[in-house]
Design a protein. Structure first.
Length: 425
């Protein structure tokens, strides 16, 4: 048991090892040379780490905005650091979470092998935290035994890993750079809704990425520059509203707000460049290598990969979706306040950025500007209202969900919690 837990916590929970193993096995099946196998495996793992590190740091770079927004809106909300929240959240469900993740991933592979849903979810880092949500709902919402929690949780996770990739797969044909894979991310429900709502209410001919701008601003078409400029302005405006002296004393460690804003904007530009570099490295290696597994182990298998792979082709949608989802989150917070809802919540900036960006991309793919707006706005409402409904159901897992609760957590989590309550298990 100790050896199994070590492998789960130190190998299988590290997505970079899962990605590397997939490439290694795929190239072995293709009978590639030793040098090709080593080079491609290392390049793929480095590419993934560039994407993952860039994405995590890009999200974390938003965190200085939290205390300023809390001050502006005069909120009584305590948001912990990610490290503290993770330590507290995993204390009571760590074992169940790890086992559900392992057996859930095994079930995903089994379903991909024996059913028509040939999707292998490779974003292990995303699935690992979703296994924690399932573990928390079962542990704190039912009277199930340890073994039953692991068994039921593994089935739920395996089904989620498979079918969330499956219902996104048909939508990939509408997005640039989406060839050869599907998305494996906990924004899947928001992505699906954005694409469907965009198709109903939008006009795909009015592409958000093709909006005409003055020639003097054409430099903003480049994602690195656009994100740097927009984020610099956002930090500056929010700093001004919060109060320059308060920001210097409470947030920026004495750095004036102009320098503080420019440095944070440049950090965004830096990490989006890291992501773009990683995307190129990863896709050039993993898609060809995955064909080896598809040919020998799981015929016609399709890899499920993370959402930053799409970001380089949609700079305007990324920024637009984040801002619209954030605005919707504050509106949702106001609705909850007007209803005197007893749980105080605040828009979690990291999931708002990533899910807002990807829902705008898919809303735009079917409905243009209007589709992008509707999709990311609905996403923002789900994030904040769903978080408020979810937190009372998950006991000690609540702190990490205040920070990392993405659309699937906020939508499927409360639904599962209410079903468990109705069933009275």
């Amino acid at each position: 048991m100790d050896i199994l837990m070590y492998i789960i916590n130190n190998v299988l929970s590290q997505a970079v090892f899962v990605i590397g193993l997939v490439v290694l096995i795929g190239l072995l099946f293709q009978k590639e040379s030793f040098t090709k196998i080593v080079a491609s495996t290392i390049k793929t793992m480095i590419g993934f780490m560039l994407i993952n590190t860039g994405g995590q740091t890009l999200g974390t770079a938003l965190l200085p905005l939290q205390p300023m927004l809390i001050k502006i809106f005069n909120l009584n909300v305590n948001v912990q650091s990610i490290g503290d929240a993770q330590m507290q959240s995993l204390a009571e469900i760590g074992t169940e979470m790890a086992l559900i993740f392992t057996f859930g991933f095994s079930m995903n592979l089994l379903l991909a092998r024996i059913t028509k849903y040939k999707y292998v979810r490779l974003s292990a880092h995303v699935s690992f935290f979703y296994s924690g949500l399932i573990a928390a709902l079962l542990k704190f919402g039912t009277n199930l035994s340890f073994i039953s929690i692991v068994a039921v949780g593994s089935i739920l996770l395996g089904a989620y890993m498979t079918f969330s990739c499956a219902y996104i797969a048909p939508l990939m044909k509408n997005v640039k750079g989406g060839e050869g894979f599907t998305l494996a991310h906990s924004s899947s429900s928001g992505v699906w809704l954005a694409a469907k709502l965009g198709g109903i209410f939008g006009n795909k001919e009015n592409d958000l990425e093709k909006i005409k701008i003055p020639k003097s601003l054409n430099f903003l078409r480049e994602m690195t520059i656009a994100l740097t400029v927009v984020m610099t302005l956002m930090f500056l405006v929010i700093s001004l509203i919060s109060g320059p002296y308060w920001v210097m004393s409470q947030v920026s460690n004495g750095v004036d707000i102009i320098t503080f804003s420019i440095l944070n904007g440049l950090q965004f530009g830096l990490w989006i460049t890291v992501i773009i570099t990683g995307v190129r490295m990863l896709l050039s290696e993993i898609i060809p290598a995955f064909h080896g597994i598809a040919d020998k182990v799981i015929p016609n298998a399709v890899p499920g990969l993370d959402i930053p792979l799409l970001f380089p082709n949609y700079p305007t949608s990324v920024i637009f979706g984040f801002l619209v989802s954030l605005m919707a989150g504050f509106i949702g917070m106001g609705i909850l306040g007007a209803l005197n809802y007893p749980v105080a919540v605040f828009p979690a900036l990291i999931p708002t950025f990533f899910t807002g960006a990807v829902t705008a991309i898919f809303g735009n793919s079917t409905g243009g500007v209007r589709g992008a707006f509707i999709g990311s706005f609905v996403n923002g409402l789900i994030l904040i209202i769903g978080q408020a409904l979810l937190l009372p159901m998950i006991g000690s897992y609540a702190p990490i969900m205040r920070i990392l609760s993405e659309t699937d957590y906020a939508l499927y989590g409360p639904i599962l919690g209410f079903l468990l309550k109705i069933l009275g298990i």
